[in-house]
Design a protein around this ligand. Structure first.
Ligand code: GLN
Length: 194
């Protein structure tokens, strides 16, 4: 669990509840021996600065390179994408990312904090809708050829998967439904058994 900023405690609780062994990651050494990493929601520019400060960009890319599974939610999803729209003007509209998900994310695609909302999403492979909390959420406005759209809202992809990378625009750690945490854990387990 990337534990620099944002809703990492809530994620950790859900991951532990579905049976995962979880470690907080703040330094590169914390990634040693991990099979997967969750990047939480929060504020992607702040988290990016902390990734700079703790030298975590390359080590996270390496975790993915050696077979690790990554799941980014909201700000975490922004950090995974190859292209980001809506980066702050003071940063020249540019924002660093891991570039492990071939997609363009539009930050704050569903409006500001006051426009936050909860909705029921149809998710590929789920038997019933998933309650999803959107807080200044991004949307995947372009998805590359290898990216599977697992859920969309108003025509905008909001849950996608590309190989060992899962990304959601919303916050599954803020609701009681743990199906996505189980899905992430299944991805990790399958990967470990390969
Ligand atoms: N809008 C935030 C960002 O761009 C993400 C919000 C969230 O994670 N809830 O980083």
């Amino acid at each position: 669990m990337l534990a620099l900023q944002g809703a990492f405690r809530e994620h950790r609780r859900h991951l532990e509840a579905v049976g995962a062994r979880v470690r907080d990651v703040r330094l590169p050494v914390d990634l040693d021996g991990l099979d997967g990493l969750v990047l939480p929601g929060g504020e992607s520019t702040t988290m990016g600065r902390l990734l700079d400060a703790f030298g975590l960009w390359e080590p996270i890319r390496n975790l993915h390179g050696r077979g690790g599974v990554l799941w980014g939610t909201c700000a975490g999803a922004i950090l995974l994408a190859t292209d980001i729209l809506g980066a702050p003007p003071q940063d020249d509209g540019r924002q660093r990312s891991l570039g492990l998900l071939d997609a363009t994310v539009q930050r704050n695609a569903f409006g500001r904090q006051v426009d936050s909302f909860t909705t029921a999403l149809e998710v590929e492979g789920f038997e019933s809708p998933l309650e999803a909390v959107f807080i200044r959420a991004p949307a995947f406005v372009r998805t590359g050829a290898g990216v599977q759209v697992l859920s969309a809202l108003a025509g905008q992809p909001v849950l996608v998967q590309s190989g060992r990378v899962l990304a959601s625009a919303f916050h599954p750690e803020l609701t009681v439904d743990r199906r996505l945490h189980m899905q992430f854990l299944r991805m990790v387990t399958q990967q470990v058994m390969v």
